[in-house]
Design a binder for this molecule. Structure first.
Ligand code: ADP
Length: 727
């Protein structure tokens, strides 16, 4: 099917023609035949790289030219930026929804396409963003994540709510291959488009004893090294191809990159530049390993890396300079980084309480699907590594020839129900039990199960919890109403348990303890916690015995101690301990510190709102801690850090010169201030200081031209983007 024959705007045709796209891929043509341009709902379950994004883009552009508005839901914030780039053009206005969770972001209404994560969309629904009602086409990328235990329920409820608001909504679900696409298509009232077609041939095989075994053929490798995983890399590198290696832990990813660097020994100026960039972005020991490996053409990639280092790795790989990336499975679900050969080295994963378990087939397919770069590679290869002869057959059976799993709704779980029922009640989707039941009757869960006993029982339990915790009330006529606390919790996008814990435990305290507050937040279900390693135990025990009286929570569980470790990292950040020292002391990556800060920033912001209502005596304490978390500063810098333009480094420099308050700024030697802040910033800062202290600007002394001591980008305030879900 020719692009020219499609009812899409001319600008889009021009864009495709510039990209050399003149004809639809067969699965794309199937979508058109199934009513893509006639506003028919579709579930498109086709392999990676077979052109799903293009399908969505064509439908969105058609919808916009007909006067509609589109919402594109992505699973990760990093993908939102990628899609924003993909869809932006002269003729369409594209926006990303990334604001704080209790904002309506009404400005987004100006855009034709809005890209958002499912959690952000949910929070916009809770804050009643008006423009959401005008969305006429909803695209859900990676819609199979409806079955994800931690995030699936939100995605399901978001789709259900958007449909409820606009019965005329067209939905396009984009999915990896799954076992039961018919069930999902049925729920969405959508035409199902499936296909096995791929733009590049994918050969799947198992490596054992010097050969890759495919169905019906095998490839014998030269095996100069004793390590299978390196031989597979060298074999591809010799042909000029790149490899992705999937391993199960960050440590393994780093170790592989190190070993690969030794055997690859690739050299180029470009690689040196990438290494330099990385060394600057990540000064931790792990950053050094990465920079040294990249110099020789090998890299690793995981969520512990700071963003700038990750981006350098991605770019270096896309440009063909970096030969191999060893990665944890996060990468398979996220970025679009294809390679000639994908090596799936670790296909077992440790699960607490279960031990080692094989990864799901869907996950294997997602990794394998990264093999083969369209138009660049003659073929793609996905290779599992067998430990013995018998394992070869087992791996074929368990992964290569196995059908993908069925996906199942997650929204019947009690903790999910508490959260989502509260939102349904406080935002007026349901006013009584019958309406709640009616809403849930239309869920994917209800469409999958003939008997809803479990759902029914869990709705009852969740409602009791919400009533007991003072979030909703049940009136005599059965009407369910959100209390001011319930409405606040929902708008702040907090799990009801998180909101209750903050209100109850903070409300009970006589004196404030910053460490107690951080630890409390680290105990809530909305905070991620570091795992405790054996090496952490002594440190955590020590803190517990010496600083036990600063802690507010009493429960001595594994979570409690993991929360102690996480709170210690946050505290070190607020005490201005350098990042590389924090990483060294706690065995975490620089990216982890940022994740803790992002997560706590949101929870501190929410806590400030809750404290204001329910523990006003701690108003200032909580707000001060919020500022300290946001900026990574000790308490003594608070008077300076609140001035616009002053970050942690500048505030510290001023403080060390004896300039500790806005008053000091005004009475200091001007050349001292200019020496630290530069002329332009000094002027603005002195104006702010004058305003704060009630003095007039006339009193501000004349400024002397002098250059400020430069501040490195990494030393300025962290970027103001709120919580990054899903990593
Ligand atoms: P998916 O979302 O299914 O993983 P993408 O939509 O990202 O795949 O497409 C993968 C690549 O294929 C992109 O670089 C895209 O530009 C290209 N592509 C998509 N459709 C076509 C087509 N009909 N002809 C040529 N290239 C295409």
């Amino acid at each position: 099917m020719k692009i020219d024959s499609l009812p899409i705007p001319i600008s889009l045709r021009t864009k495709y023609s510039a990209l050399g796209i003149t004809e639809l891929y067969p699965p794309q043509a199937k979508c058109v035949e199934a009513g893509l341009f006639n506003r028919k709902n579709q579930l498109v379950a086709i392999p990676t790289a077979s052109g799903k994004t293009l399908v969505a883009e064509m439908a969105m552009q058609k919808e916009i030219s007909d006067g509609g508005k589109c919402l594109y839901i992505v699973p990760l914030k990093a993908l939102a930026a990628e899609k924003y780039e993909d869809f932006s053009g002269k003729e369409v206005k594209v926006g990303i929804a990334t604001g704080d969770p209790d904002q309506r972001d009404e400005y987004l209404g100006r855009y034709d396409i809005i890209v958002a994560t499912s959690e952000k969309t949910d929070s916009l629904l809770r804050n009643r963003a008006e423009w959401l009602k005008r969305v006429s086409l909803l695209v859900v990328d990676e819609i199979h994540l409806i079955g994800d235990p931690s995030r699936g329920a939100t995605l399901e409820m978001v789709i259900a709510k958007l449909r409820y608001q606009n019965p005329n909504l067209q939905i396009i679900g984009l999915s990896a291959t799954m076992g039961n696409p018919e069930e999902l298509a049925n729920w969405l009232n959508a035409a199902l488009v499936t296909s096995e077609w791929r733009p590049v041939d994918l050969r799947e095989g198992v490596y054992y004893n010097g050969a890759i075994h495919f169905h019906g053929s095998e490839r014998i490798l030269q095996t100069p090294k004793k390590d299978d995983d390196l031989n597979l890399l060298l074999d591809t590198a010799e042909e000029g191809g790149q490899c992705l290696v999937f391993v199960s832990s960050r440590r393994s990813a780093e170790a592989y990159a190190k070993r690969a660097a030794v055997v690859l020994k690739k050299k180029s100026e470009a690689l040196d530049l990438y290494a330099e960039k990385i060394a600057k972005a990540d000064t931790t020991p792990s950053g050094k390993v990465l920079a040294n490996s990249v110099k020789n053409g090998a890299a690793f990639h995981h969520a512990g890396l700071p963003r700038a280092a990750r981006e350098a790795v991605e770019e270096g790989f896309r440009k063909g300079e970096i030969q191999v990336i060893a990665s944890t499975p996060t990468l398979a679900a996220g970025l679009n980084l294809p390679a000639r050969r994908v090596i799936i080295r670790d296909y077992q994963r440790y699960e607490a309480g279960v031990g080692m378990n094989p990864i799901p087939v869907m996950e294997y397919r997602q990794m394998a699907g990264r093999a083969g770069r369209p138009r660049l590679d003659p073929y793609g290869e996905a290779v599992l590594i067998a430990k013995d002869r018998d394992a070869v057959d087992v791996l074929f059976e368990k992964f290569i020839d196995a059908p993908a799993e069925n996906i199942a709704s997650q929204c019947q779980k009690e903790n999910e129900l508490r959260n989502h029922l509260l939102a349904l009640i406080t935002t007026g989707f349901a006013k009584n039990r019958a309406e709640l039941d009616g809403f849930m009757e239309k869920s994917f869960y209800a469409s999958q199960k003939a008997v809803h006993r479990r759902l029914d029982r869990n709705i009852g339990k969740a409602l009791s919890y919400l009533i007991e915790s003072g979030m909703i009330t049940e009136e005599t006529g059965g009407e369910l109403l959100g209390t001011s606390f319930g409405v606040l919790a929902s708008r702040l996008y907090l799990d009801p348990e998180t909101a209750s814990l903050i209100r109850d435990i903070l409300g009970k305290q006589e004196t404030f303890s910053a460490f107690g507050m951080l630890h409390l937040l680290c105990m809530t279900p909305n905070m991620f916690r570091f795992y405790l390693k054996a090496s952490d135990e002594r440190l955590v025990d020590e803190v517990f015995s010496e600083r036990g009286d600063e802690l507010w929570c009493e429960e001595l569980s594994e979570e409690f101690f993991a929360a102690v470790k996480t709170a210690l990292v946050a505290e070190a950040w607020c005490e201005e301990v350098p990042e590389d020292v924090i990483c060294e002391n706690f065995g975490v990556g620089a990216g982890d510190i940022h994740a803790v800060v992002e997560n706590l920033r949101w929870l501190m912001h929410a806590s400030a709102r809750i404290a204001h209502e329910f523990a006003p005596r701690f108003d200032t304490d909580v707000r001060d801690l919020e500022i300290r978390i946001e900026n990574g500063v000790k308490e003594e810098l608070l008077p300076l850090i609140t001035l616009r333009g002053i970050g942690r480094i500048r505030a510290r420099r001023l403080f060390d010169r004896g300039i500790t308050t806005p008053e000091d700024l005004l009475s200091a030697e001007p050349k001292d201030v200019v020496g630290i802040l530069g002329t332009v910033l000094t002027k603005s800062v002195l104006e702010q200081a004058a305003k704060k202290t009630g003095r007039t600007l006339d009193a501000v002394p004349l400024l002397i031209e002098e250059e400020a001591v430069p501040v490195k980008a990494s030393e300025t305030k962290p970027q103001k983007t709120l919580f990054d879900f899903g990593e």
